[in-house]
Ligand binder design. Structure first.
Ligand SMILES: [Zn+2]
Length: 152
């Protein structure tokens, strides 16, 4: 028997692997994007490759924040190229998911959690091994600790 948690964990692992290949490395911000994307798809009840899904990501358009974008693209298949992903350059990290004229869900990075992790996540002299470790830690953190999910 595979529990719901196990199948979610398996899905996250699969998408993270795909995202790492696409993005070139595994870092904490890429993981944030993948997790936000998967939560959004789940919360608006979009099936994979749902044609009506649109995503708007609001974040600072510079590395490492912009790494989030690639995570979102891999997890949702809404991309800059297919114009289903829109970017708003701003402070804060929030992503809005919408099934046209139906459901709308916002997934925001919990500011309290981020301020606790910020120094580690934004530190410049971190080895690739430690970046990876940090990414895996972010991957295993409880969803409710990392994100604030709201629906309209
Ligand atoms: Zn990156």
């Amino acid at each position: 028997m595979v529990t719901f948690e196990q199948s979610q964990k398996q899905e996250l692992d699969n998408v993270l692997e795909e995202a790492e290949k696409f993005h070139g490395h595994l870092g904490p911000f890429l993981v944030l994007g993948v997790r936000m994307g998967l939560i959004g798809v789940r919360e608006v009840k979009a099936k994979e490759n749902n044609n009506k899904l649109r995503v708007t990501a609001t974040l600072k358009y510079s590395v490492p924040f912009s790494c989030i974008i690639d995570g979102i693209q891999v997890a949702t298949k809404c991309t800059i190229g297919n114009k289903k992903l829109e970017l708003t350059d701003s402070s804060g990290i929030t992503t809005e998911f919408e099934i046209q004229n139906k459901r709308k869900v916002t997934v925001a990075l919990n500011p309290a959690t981020f301020s606790r992790l910020k120094n580690k996540m934004l530190s410049k002299d971190v080895s690739p091994e430690d970046t990876r470790k940090l990414a895996l830690m972010v991957a295993s953190m409880p969803e409710e600790e990392l994100f604030i999910i709201g629906s309209k």
